[in-house]
Design a protein around this ligand. Structure first.
Ligand code: J2J
Length: 551
């Protein structure tokens, strides 16, 4: 723990004391939370996934078996375990097992491939990597075999489902066999501390290598509890996770963890498509769910054609990328439920429109901070605070916003102010009531319909190609996804490469599909800023001009 706590910057003592004294940090770990809910709710359904229905007590018991198995395997307090799980019930049994023993899940997304997973395993020094066997036609065991080859420190691959004989590696163990390692006696559980880091969440990122976000039990529990109050989550709530549940939004805003905190039911959708989601909403009487804007558009379109039974749905949350006012204004009419805009980040701060806000606010703003304890500054390039209504970069700190990334001292010095404010990289303006409107971005990132792409990460991969002299990624506007990625490429003299070749090259390097540029544009030179850097703004404007037809 001592090393880990040094690797993860934390709040200054006086602020931590203030958050505790105010009752924001209640000293409860996620392991203790589930134990309490199991005692309180017993057989009440906690998780529904496909044919599986798990009650609170059963979830707690299964997590306990896996936790005991993990201890047998030599995974214990402060150890890191990369969890790449699709929307299956095992996501929760595994994650709560890790919480039980004080090991840290490192959350990966289902779409991540060799490049991302090998990096996560290596950088977090993970002892184990958890996967489903096959999902959506993709065999995660083949990926894991490649990861094992690349990362010698990784000891165990834990598989939900069948390990499959073909891999032949002794590192593979099914969750079923892991649970069977548990002895008949309960082990002596390590004592949890709520002030400690509970897991590492993945940052959307704007740098060459993804950053890891250390969240403590105390800070995350507070964000979940406060989110429940704002979103009206109770024992009666039936929350459907349509997005990949490891993402911060469906996990915690208030998401699956908020729902379990409240004693409600979490329904896991295997995919967010109307085909999958609409029948599930009708069958399970889902009351609340969360989507990114492109999916909300798809749902509205499909609902108008098919007239599904969505009568149980009270609230649709939309966030992760800017939801246009035009689309926001059509939600109630087409889906028959209330809309809530959510503007959040895995680093902490989450803004919500409130359930009793006027339509005007719900349609036109991205909400306001969930807590009175959230501190907000909107600043210009010199960090000088702007007048209300002016657009500038949003800085924030508070009881659930991190003070620094895991093992990233140099980057932290730039990403946080000296007094601990996180530089969100988002350009926003605030109205007199404190509601925020997201108006652009200062960070070098592309937001592809909620999927975040760090430009530098992809550029570095492209620079590894022998024909590429220089590469610059920029966002191009897109009616459906909001943005897509365009890679501007300068080729070396006498060398050739086509878009399809570069695309195949990135895929071979194990980059996940959503990060592979939608378009390649070959050019002789990049526009420069006056300090001689590539001007992404000028590149963006080029792409914008094309779309509006003025080029
Ligand atoms: C515009 N941009 C938005 C919005 C996020 C709840 C909801 C979302 C996330 C999330 C999250 C936006 N309008 N409504 O973690 O708990 C962009 C901003 C932000 C970045 C964070 C949650 N909602 N964004 O999206 O860590 O640029 O978290 O800084 O993935 O998404 O991305 P991420």
């Amino acid at each position: 723990w001592a090393q880990l706590m040094r690797d993860c910057p934390s709040w200054p003592d006086d602020m931590a004391a203030a958050y505790r004294a105010a009752g924001l940090w209640e000293g409860l770990t996620f392991g203790e939370m589930l134990a309490d809910r199991a005692a309180r709710y017993g057989d009440k359904t906690a998780i529904v996934a496909g044919e599986t229905r798990l009650g609170y007590a059963a979830l707690h018991e299964r997590a306990g078996k896996l936790a005991a198995g993990l201890l047998q395997l030599g995974v214990g307090p402060a150890d890191r375990v990369v969890v790449q799980m699709t929307n299956r019930h095992e996501f929760f049994t595994v994650v709560f097992a890790l919480f039980r023993i004080g090991a840290l899940p490192v959350f990966a997304l289902p779409l991540h491939r060799l490049s991302e997973i090998a990096y996560l395993c290596e950088f977090s020094e993970a002892k184990a990597y958890v996967i489903p066997d096959v999902d959506a036609g993709f065999d995660y065991r083949a990926l894991a075999a490649d990861v094992l080859e690349r990362v010698p420190g990784l000891r165990h691959v834990l598989v939900a489902g069948e390990t499959g004989g073909e891999t032949g590696s002794s590192a593979f163990l099914s969750l079923e066999r892991l649970a069977a390692l548990a002895g008949p006696e309960e082990p002596a559980w390590p004592r949890g501390e709520a002030g400690r880091v509970a897991f590492l969440q993945l940052s959307g990122g704007s740098t060459g290598l993804p950053k890891l976000i250390p969240r403590t039990h105390d800070d995350y529990m507070y964000s979940v509890r406060r989110s429940n109050e704002i979103c009206g989550i109770t024992e009666q709530s039936i929350y459907m996770a349509a997005l990949p549940v490891a993402h911060n939004f469906p996990l915690s805003s208030p998401g699956a963890l908020g729902t379990l905190y409240a004693g409600g039911t979490v329904v896991l959708a295997a995919a967010p498509s109307p085909d999958e989601a609409f029948p599930l909403i009708a069958k399970e009487r889902v009351t609340v769910t969360a989507l990114v804007p492109p999916l909300a558009l798809v749902w509205m379109e499909a609902a108008a054609l098919r007239r599904p039974d969505l009568s149980s749905l009270r609230l649709l949350q939309v966030g992760g990328a800017k939801f246009s006012a035009e689309a926001a204004g059509r939600v109630r009419q087409t889906l028959g439920c209330r809309l809530q805009q959510v503007y959040g980040m895995a680093e902490g701060l989450v803004n919500y429109t409130r359930l009793d806000d006027d339509d005007e606010i719900v349609v036109n703003t991205q909400g306001r901070p969930m807590s009175d304890w959230d501190e907000i500054r909107i600043v210009d390039e010199d960090d000088a605070e702007l007048a209300p209504g002016e657009v500038g970069e949003l800085l924030t700190r508070g009881p659930y916003t991190i003070r620094g990334y895991y093992r990233a001292e140099a980057h932290n010095a730039k990403a946080f102010t000296a007094d601990g404010f996180y530089r969100t990289g988002d350009l926003v303006k605030a109205d007199a009531q404190g509601y925020l409107v997201v108006d652009g971005r200062a960070k070098d990132q592309i937001n592809r319909g909620g999927d975040k792409i760090a430009a530098e990460e992809v550029e570095n991969h492209l620079l590894a190609h022998p024909a590429v002299f220089d590469a610059a990624l920029a966002a191009m506007p897109d009616a459906f996804l909001g943005e897509r990625a365009c890679a501007f490429i300068i080729l070396r003299e006498d060398r050739k490469a086509t878009g399809p070749e570069l695309r195949a090259f990135l895929r071979e390097r194990g980059l996940s599909a959503y990060k592979i540029p939608d378009r390649f544009a070959f050019t002789d030179a990049f526009p420069q800023t006056n300090v001689g850097k590539v001007s992404k703004k000028a590149l963006r404007e080029r792409l914008m001009a094309e779309v509006s037809g003025s080029v």
